[in-house]
Design a protein around this ligand. Structure first.
Ligand code: C5P
Length: 225
């Protein structure tokens, strides 16, 4: 089995990202770079990380009109990320345009409902029902637009896997037994998330904030072997 762990490198500095990755690279399957890194280091920074040899998940959560999102994905094309994110709330046309504009080998996955939102937030925005129901509804839109999968919380994984067997399910909020939960509210262990149907496990602080990041990543990899 290829290692499903993508380490979330949430730092604005290239040196910081390089130092961390040189330690953990043997024990992870890829690296996730988000807006913090991208806004500070830009495409050149992403290319510098890609040159280290790990698959890159570019978590930019794009959300705009179809033409603009397609343009952004064309601009990202030379970076050939393994995975890129857009927001499902952009709707069918935006999602389809994103898939069409991305390189064929790039997996395009959509964020459904941000895990920072609760049912009260959704109600205030006019979304009736639970966040779980909204995730399922949006996942249907994402699938219909031809995308590769969705980003979801561990607790939505089993239902999404049952509804969409071939989806790439990208799952953050993963915490090894005994590690600090931090600001993640609904966590699951790496083993449990995989058993529920996760394809990719996004793990940040349990690795990046460990006193020995390489040992932490190696222990997670062993727990999944
Ligand atoms: O440090 P931690 O393991 O919580 O990092 C998880 C990563 O996944 C962070 O980069 C965070 O922004 C991202 N993420 C998340 N929850 C989501 C989507 C992305 O935690 N719903």
């Amino acid at each position: 089995m290829t290692n499903p762990v993508f380490v979330a490198v949430d730092t604005p500095t290239l040196d910081g990202a390089r130092a961390l990755l040189s330690a953990v690279a043997p024990h992870v399957g890829g690296v996730k770079l988000g807006l913090e890194f991208f806004c500070a280091q830009g495409p050149a920074g992403v290319a510098a990380i890609a040159a280290l040899g790990l698959p890159v998940f570019l978590d930019l959560k794009l959300h705009d009109i179809p033409n603009t999102v397609a343009g952004a994905l064309h601009s990202l094309g030379p970076l050939a990320p393994a995975i890129v994110t857009v927001h499902a709330g952009g709707g069918h046309a935006m999602l389809a345009a994103a898939r069409a504009a991305a390189p064929t080998a790039t997996k395009v996955v959509a964020v459904t409902v941000l895990t920072s939102l609760d049912d009260d937030d959704l109600a205030a925005m006019g979304v009736a029902g639970t966040s779980g129901a909204q995730v399922a509804r949006l996942a249907g839109v994402v699938r219909g637009a031809g995308l590769d999968g969705v980003v979801a919380s561990p607790h939505e994984t089993a239902a999404l896997r049952a509804a969409w067997p071939e989806a790439l399910l990208v799952i953050p909020g993963v915490r090894p037994e005994g590690s600090a939960v931090g600001d993640q509210k609904r966590v699951m262990t790496p083993q449990a998330a995989l058993a529920a149907g996760a394809s990719v496990l996004v793990i940040g602080r349990p690795i990046t904030a460990a006193s020995d990041p390489a040992a932490a990543a190696a222990a997670i990899a062993r727990s999944l072997a």
